[in-house]
Design a protein around this ligand. Structure first.
Ligand code: CA
Length: 338
């Protein structure tokens, strides 16, 4: 190895946080149970996740729900149960239903609303257990997590995401303003608390830190595409100037894996960007998304190769994974986890 490369490696190692990489259960143990259900969260806690993710959207009665989409028609039987309640675009929106109505829905493994086919065919077969799973509110989910933290003696943190804040505000709603007091009520308010708040929209991230006064840890998500609906320019955020600017605002970044590493089509060595090094030099943690054992990045040869690229080579500080147990096991084999 050339001296410059050695120095670079040493600098990166020094700049990286010393703690072991975090395993973030993406939508819970979503590789094994329908995403964001209570069962998926309980299972992820049992599998040893360090943090459990909550995607948040609002109900008609302004209650934060743990749901990935503003829509209901790809994870529930809403179309059959509430015919005629879709909007002009044919979609059923969580915002158009009260919690009392939402609680009547049967939650299923994610599926294509047009074909009814599951997105991940090898995962949980919801048809075998109709009626078992329900949508959770943020309150309910935090109560279960804190109950498990108490009964197991092992604290799993939370990783809530403010979903589509621009869209909510266009609808006359303010998701962040509803969520922050609930987090505070459960003890998540400062950087010492086991919580990372995340968002894809830079304008909302600024608002969380400024106008809304969020004092806890904050993660700027960085999509794989060019821009976010609020105009956030993801390419610009990944430049040295963009990262420097973020360093004054957030505690870390949550980039798409493709912003860190890609694999060439003909096989061969993965190609790395300098994003992790840039972030670490500015003191930012890096938590990329998402490890899916059954849906690896394009041309990535194996789950082991993916874990090695992210943890051993790129030296990320944590990762969102649908498979908490598989990621934790890889880290244990690498000596990064007890
Ligand atoms: Ca998310």
């Amino acid at each position: 190895m050339k001296l410059a490369a050695l120095l670079l490696t040493a600098t990166a190692a020094l700049a990286a946080p010393a703690s072991a990489p975090l395993v973030v259960a993406h939508r819970g143990a979503s590789g094994y149970l329908p995403e964001h259900t209570q069962a998926a969260k309980v299972h992820a806690h049992a599998l040893g996740a360090d943090f459990l993710e909550q995607d948040l959207v609002l109900s008609k009665d302004d209650v934060p729900l743990v749901l990935h989409d503003i829509y209901l028609d790809t994870i529930s039987d809403v179309a059959a149960r509430f015919p005629g309640r879709q909007r002009a675009d044919g979609r059923f929106y969580a915002l158009d239903f009260t919690v009392a109505e939402l609680k009547q829905l049967q939650v299923r493994e994610r599926f294509n609303a047009r074909t009814g086919e599951p997105v991940y065919p090898k995962r949980y077969d919801s048809k075998a257990t109709p009626g078992v799973f329900r949508i959770s509110t943020l309150d309910e989910e935090l109560q279960v997590i804190q109950g498990l933290n108490r009964s197991t003696g092992r604290v799993a943190g939370i990783y809530p995401e403010i979903k589509a804040p621009r869209w909510h505000r266009d609808q006359g709603r303010d998701l962040s303003r509803v969520v922050l007091p609930i987090l505070a009520r459960y003890g998540y308010a400062t950087k010492a608390d086991a919580c990372f708040l995340q968002c894809f929209e830079l304008s909302e991230v600024r608002r969380l830190r400024g106008e809304l006064g969020w004092k806890g840890r904050l993660i700027m998500l960085i999509g794989g595409g060019a821009k976010e609906v609020d105009g956030t320019d993801y390419g610009a955020l990944c430049t040295p100037a963009g990262i420097k600017e973020l360093a004054g605002l957030v505690d870390g970044i949550g980039p798409a894996i493709s912003r860190i590493v890609t694999w060439p089509p003909a096989g061969g060595a993965p190609k790395f960007t300098d994003l992790v090094r840039l972030a670490h030099e500015s003191g930012l943690a890096v938590h990329p998304y998402t490890i899916r054992i059954d849906d690896l990045p394009r041309n990535c040869p194996s789950a082991d190769a993916l874990h090695a690229a992210l943890f051993a080579t790129a030296r990320v500080d944590g990762v969102f994974t649908d498979f908490t147990d598989r990621t934790a096991a890889w880290l244990r084999r690498a000596g990064s986890r007890p």
